[in-house]
Design a binder for this molecule. Sequence first.
Ligand code: GRF
Length: 216
Amino acid sequence: MNRAGIVILISGRGSNMQAILEAARAGDFPAEIRAVISNAPEAAGLERARAADVATEVVNHRDYRNRTEFDRALMEKIDARTPDLVALAGFMRILGPEFIDHYAGRLINIHPSLLPKFPGLDTHERALASGAKVHGASVHFVTREVDSGPIIIQAAVPVLAHDTPETLAARVLEEEHRIYPQAIRWFAENRLSIRDGRVLLDGAQRPEQGLVAASR
Ligand code: GRF
């Protein structure tokens, strides 16, 4: 099997990265992780990647004078691995237009809300404050505007009466770990296309692109 090459970018604990690594370990997964790159040398995910025998690199944003220089250094490290796909997994730096255009159509992100609701930070706090009864996560292609590119897959979870941002985040995170490997699988199998800003799976909008988790 010709497996698609993936580079994962992280900034922190790397649980989504771990979910992707675990999926990739299964024999039939159509993608291989070529490297994990962090902008933060202290990211716990780096250790997890090393433990899984995956190549790691650090491009510390503090070493660069501005975003353009950082983005270019990052691009160089990524391109050295010739990936088919770049997956942001808890990567906490805003990327500039040059970077985003360079990876157009092969750069994806996971965001902890049902986009277009709650782009940006503190999504669980904001979902609770809004009184929303459902919340969730989205995997989407990255475009120049933050958290607003074409959505590949979403998973919804119930918001429960006693929820705190932490309990809600944990329920959403479980779904993140399910939908991110799924999105990568579809990408690697060449089953995704974008038409009029919408992501099609096998040429159509399909029910499995929106998953509802059982309430628990
Ligand atoms: C996840 O909730 C992800 O959706 C968000 O940041 C968090 C990263 O968690 N972008 P982890 O590093 O994957 O554990």
